[in-house]
Design a protein around this ligand. Structure first.
Ligand SMILES: C[S@@+](CC[C@H](N)C(=O)[O-])C[C@H]1O[C@@H](n2cnc3c(N)ncnc32)[C@H](O)[C@@H]1O
Length: 240
């Protein structure tokens, strides 16, 4: 795993490189098995850090030029994005279903000197949500191989954006360049930015699309292979 060291400018990397491939295949409540989501994700984080610890490159690109305010990070994992935001002056509410992820995030935030800027909240977003509205709401790789009502969660995410605020949804778009032919991302149909936008069913006239694109993100494979991974980004701004 990559250490949670100074990574302010060290983005543009991987989401997949250190952690296999099992988080991107189902993803909208049609999980392949009936395992309890909280138990699944707690077991995952009991194994320690799962992701790189670095901020996600597409989130960095989307919000890097914004003046800091309040941010909500949905499915924050160990907090790479939340810590990056906090270091740039944002006050962050970081939410995950797994206590283990939140504990790792809180530890890394303390090490980074931004503990006071982040509130870690445990929610199963299928059932409960943090209070309030936010200047940025992000959902980065909010995918799960077990049940997750992603469409419903993203509609709720849009409702949690304050007037003038931003919604950023980043997700996988296909298999990474190093993936073997039987990699499940070759056959999974990931929603495009257009699909996500349509599913949000936003009130006409109240949002503008800032960025909607499939992007090849630099990433490394599990054996350190250099390559790219196709990801989707949808960045919207709420007008009122
Ligand atoms: C693929 S990881 C992405 C983590 C992080 N956003 C990142 O980009 O590295 C998906 C995250 O969503 C969380 N998650 C899955 N289902 C959830 C739910 N129903 N409510 C809240 N968090 C959930 C998982 O615990 C996990 O941390």
């Amino acid at each position: 795993m990559t250490a949670m060291d100074d990574h302010d400018d060290d983005h543009g990397h991987d989401h997949d490189d250190d952690h296999g491939d099992d988080h991107g295949h189902d993803h909208d409540g049609d999980g392949g098995h009936d395992e309890d989501p909280a138990a699944f994700w707690e077991a995952r984080y009991a194994g320690g850090q799962q992701w790189s610890g670095r901020p996600n490159a597409l989130l960095v690109d989307a919000v890097g030029d914004l003046a800091p305010g309040t941010a909500l990070d949905l499915g924050c994992g160990e907090g790479g994005d939340a810590i990056w935001l906090a270091r740039r002056g944002w006050r962050v509410t970081a939410v995950d279903i797994a206590e283990g992820a939140l504990a790792l995030g809180a530890r890394h935030a303390a090490e980074a000197g931004v503990a006071d800027a982040i509130t870690w909240e445990r929610h199963d977003l299928a059932d409960s949500w943090p209070d309030g509205t936010f200047d940025v709401v992000s959902a980065c790789y909010l995918h799960s191989p077990v049940a997750l009502p992603r469409g419903e969660v993203l509609r709720r995410a849009a409702a949690a954006v304050a007037p003038g605020g931003h919604l950023v949804v980043v997700g996988h778009a296909g298999a990474p360049s190093w993936a073997p032919p039987d990699h499940p991302h070759h056959t999974h149909e990931f929603p495009s930015p257009t699909d996500v936008l349509a599913d949000l069913a936003l009130e006409p006239g109240t949002w503008e699309t800032v960025w909607a694109e499939e992007v090849a993100v630099d990433a490394r494979g599990p054996e350190g292979e250099e390559g790219t991974r196709p990801d989707n980004v949808l960045h919207l701004r709420r007008r009122t």
